[in-house]
Design a protein around this ligand. Structure first.
Ligand SMILES: *Cc1c(COP(=O)(O)O)cnc(C)c1O
Length: 407
């Protein structure tokens, strides 16, 4: 008899966004005349910039003629894109990077899930908490992390690296031995960052303990302040312990186009196994490359006029973030993040849980955000608002949130 993969039945209880959708549905059915503003979305709203649209059109036309048609491409990505990434994202800022260490993919989510194939099933995993839920769910589907403890809201074998206001969102180094460490900075959901010295401590820890760091830099393009690392490879020795994952989704609005990449350095060797070679083998075996047309659009992100146009879009979202943060501060709310990331992490009022706050905002002012506890146990008592909505909706939402606080 076929045995189903029962790991799937282990995650069904913890799905955040479907619960939110259900609550909104129920509310809308009972209150059809109320207009809801969503600051819960983790998706961009601005269209692709003209420079990218132009590159897409051109690449489509190339597919129409025998001389320029492209079929299967290299599994790791076309050289023009891998070289543009190595040059502009790394060499230009003084980091050494060979294009053969850059692996282009259809996005960061698949890479984050697939990279697990590089380490053993019984690996001990540590993760920042709160965190992007994909890290946890993908490990559970693989059969890791032990049992779900409903009371604690935790997986029994996951090492949670707690971040909250009390430790200034800087998790302490683990006191036990861990094999793989997932870190995301600027962080989704808190919008908080680490300084280069703070990130260096994680690199030093990983080198000392022979651990691997999976560093998710999906929001790197939103960093506004100096002294915040854009890449983990700014830290000394990181090429011997870290994989970095990046995405064109939030940076350039590719959430629908799909493009990302992982850097797997050649210096990354554990027990004589070279991770760069392994990942090359894995991608060649199970992946046939991101579409040529989309890779051309990715390449265009590094050229003018798209490069400047993309920066303007990021400024637009960051102005939204500033408005939300300042607007909430004005009414006395405690807010974090929003300075180097499109996320504002709001402390819920005293005695109000994340989900209670969600319900209150929906019912009283029709603003939707994301309950912090949905991102992990350290998120209880917090709430995530995103800067990805339009300016108009963001302005309206800020007024409504202020109204909530003044009542
Ligand atoms: C949105 C997001 C991703 C997913 O990126 P894609 O390239 O669209 O798959 C990865 N990591 C974090 C932290 C994100 O917020």
């Amino acid at each position: 008899m076929m045995q189903a993969n029962h790991n799937y039945s282990r995650i069904s209880d913890s799905y955040l966004f479907s619960t939110i959708a259900q609550k909104i549905d129920t509310y809308t059915q009972l209150n059809p005349d109320k207009e809801i503003i969503r600051l819960g979305i983790g998706d961009v709203t601005q269209p692709l910039v003209p420079g990218i649209i132009q590159a897409l059109h051109q690449a489509v036309d190339e597919q129409a003629s025998t001389d320029t048609f492209r079929g299967y491409g290299p599994e790791g990505g076309y050289d023009f894109l891998r070289e543009a990434i190595a040059q502009h994202d790394y060499q230009e800022v003084g980091l050494s990077m060979d294009s053969s260490e850059v692996f282009v993919s259809d996005g960061a989510k698949s890479d984050i899930a697939n990279l697990q194939e590089l380490f053993a099933l019984d690996s001990i995993i540590a993760m920042g908490d709160p965190i992007y839920p994909v890290y946890i769910d993908s490990n559970v589907l693989t059969g890791r992390l032990g049992e779900w403890n409903e009371e604690l809201g935790q997986w029994s074998e996951l090492v949670y690296l707690e971040s909250h206001a009390e430790n200034h969102f800087r998790p302490a180094l683990p006191t036990e031995k861990v094999d793989v460490i997932y870190l995301c900075y600027p962080n989704n959901p808190t919008g908080m960052t680490l300084t280069k010295d703070e990130l260096q401590q994680w690199v030093d820890f990983a080198l000392e303990n022979e651990s691997l760091i999976l560093f998710d830099a999906a929001y790197e393009a939103y960093i506004q302040e100096d002294g915040i690392p854009h890449s983990i490879y700014e830290c000394e020795g990181a090429e011997r312990c870290a994989i970095e994952v990046r995405s064109f989704s939030k940076k350039a609005g590719f959430t629908g186009l799909r493009l990302g990449y992982s850097v797997v350095p050649k210096a990354l060797t554990f027990q004589n196994m070279n991770l760069n070679q392994m990942w090359h083998r894995r991608q060649s075996t199970k992946f046939n490359g991101a579409p040529y047309i989309i890779q051309r659009a990715g390449w265009a992100c590094y050229q003018e006029p798209a490069r400047t146009q993309i920066e303007e879009n990021i400024s637009y979202y960051m102005e939204n973030a500033r408005m939300i943060k300042e607007g909430l501060k004005e009414v006395g709310a405690t807010v974090y993040g929003g300075d180097n990331a499109p996320y504002i992490w709001l402390k819920t009022p005293v005695g109000v849980s994340s989900w209670e706050f969600f319900d209150q905002l929906l019912e009283k002012v029709q603003v939707v955000g994301t309950p912090g506890v949905g991102f992990g146990p350290s998120g209880e008592g917090y709430f995530r608002l995103t800067a990805f909505n339009t300016r108009d909706n963001t302005e309206k939402a800020v007024e409504r949130l202020q109204k909530y606080y003044s009542e």
